[in-house]
Design a protein around this ligand. Structure first.
Ligand code: PNS
Length: 160
């Protein structure tokens, strides 16, 4: 069983994330989308809400599931018997940070491999934080996040 973990904050999940998840699901037997619980960083959505949004968008992909985790990613990987971390790369700007994390994870657990997937060009400018800005100031997010979760995002913004 080749099991991969796609970790991140997912606040909220974007079309760029979903694209990576779908492509990874064709390469690995199972993909776990893992939402980091970070008590120091308050996001727009709670961890439970992020997990629910992800559940909605992955519901038709058979070999993908979502969970949250805290602490070190490599420890979570061991608990789940996963061998591969999947990361999406958008631009050169991502590289340095991602290299540092991949090398740190390798140092912590030499058994773990990080596999980078290049984002599809049409999503290369997307990030959760830019989407939050656009929607906060009344911009259109139709092309940026999966259709099923647009009402949830609009609802969250109007609560604020
Ligand atoms: O979507 P993000 O915020 O870029 O995701 C970052 C994430 C969750 C992949 C990263 O912060 C992480 O793996 N955190 C868990 C803590 C850890 O294992 N740190 C050691 C590697 S630097």
């Amino acid at each position: 069983m080749r099991r991969a973990v796609f970790p991140g904050s997912f606040d909220p999940i974007t079309k760029g994330h979903l694209d990576i998840i779908k492509r990874a699901s064709k390469i690995f037997d199972e993909v776990i989308v893992a939402v980091l619980i970070n008590p120091d960083k308050k996001g727009l959505f709670t961890i439970e809400e992020r997990v629910e949004l992800i559940k909605k968008v992955i519901k038709d992909i058979e070999n993908v599931r979502v969970e949250s985790f805290h602490g070190l990613l490599v420890n979570y990987m061991k608990q789940r018997e996963a061998q591969v971390i999947i990361k999406g790369l958008r631009a050169v700007a991502d590289f340095e940070y991602e290299l540092q994390m991949a090398l740190m994870n390798k140092k912590l657990d030499p058994e773990v491999e990080t596999v980078f997937m290049m984002t599809s060009a049409k999503y290369s400018y997307l990030s959760s934080s830019s989407i939050k800005q656009v929607v906060t100031f009344g911009g259109c997010i139709d092309e940026l996040v999966p259709d099923e979760i647009i009402p949830d995002i609009m609802g969250k913004i109007s609560e604020k």
